[in-house]
Design a protein around this ligand. Sequence first.
Ligand code: OGA
Ligand code: NI
Length: 340
Amino acid sequence: MAAPTSEVSHHQSILSVKAVAESCIQSVPSKYHFVNDINGSPSDSIPIIDFSLLTSTNLHHRSKALQELDKACVEWGFFVLVNHGIPENTMRSLLDGSVEFFELTNEEKQRYEPKGVLDPIMSGNGSMPNSESHTILAWRDFLKINLHPTFYCPEKPETLRDILWDYSVRVRNVFRRLVEAVAENLELEQGYMDDVLKLDSCFQRFVANYYPPCPQPDQVMGTPPHVDYGLFTLLIHNGLPGLQIQHNGEWFKPDHSPPNSLLVNIGQHLEIFSNGRYKAIKHRAVVNNHSPRISIIIVNGAAPDAIVGPAAPLVERDGRALYRPMEFMESVRAMLTNRY
Ligand code: OGA
Ligand code: NI
């Protein structure tokens, strides 16, 4: 049953957006208002990369896929990855397990109320403790969990632990193969990226976003425009539109990506490492007025203590470094602290 309105206002700071949405409101409280144009353009030109060709022993196939990957990274900073080998069942169970988390009682979820931007497990709504503007809230609830190099998992739902572990390993494998491909495209020696960025201990963070239906979708923002930290973010969702990516100053909707594909975007640390050859892409998520949308992203970065700066051979080639080197975890903290 929906919570009475008085209770909603009483617990506003800690209430999930899910509970706000369920409290029968016809119009969105003003603190969620966002100056908005939520429309985006459909695009059939968003690059599709075939992972099985990228890792193929057929050199001709592989080199063609490498070229396509390079083009996607330079022109879009975003691509749809197909034939990645992660079973559809795994993805579905992970989405189901995440929904179960969001359906836990507020009391259970509040155990993981955020205290800092990088707590190993944190659950909350669009307002972050570091938020610059506390007057705008995103229309979403989130669950964030560090998966690697140290694995964490909330106690409930119990089904989540095994599936999270399995997905983390599988995504890490896809991520490492993508890094190998990128290294080849950047003409770096084999193993160079793995060594410098200490990828055996790469930082991996899980983020599940729950966007409840909203009576006025054009008045709010699910996730405001931002770029991700890390090297590559891999995203899956429950099939509803919402994600938009910026390309040539316009918002595009990768809504017609093939089922079971992974949506991949370049993060700030790959931009830095590639000395600006690849750019972190800006993206956002809008919401709808009929069904909850769930997305799950895994951010894949360097090791927490790795120093990330432009790769030395690229600096030599380009004649100068466009970014300052910084310890990975320290720079992530700085990036998250300056965000919405
Ligand atoms: C994110 C993100 C987009 C989405 O969590 O960083 O960009 O579709 N999410 O939920
Ligand atoms: Ni993002």
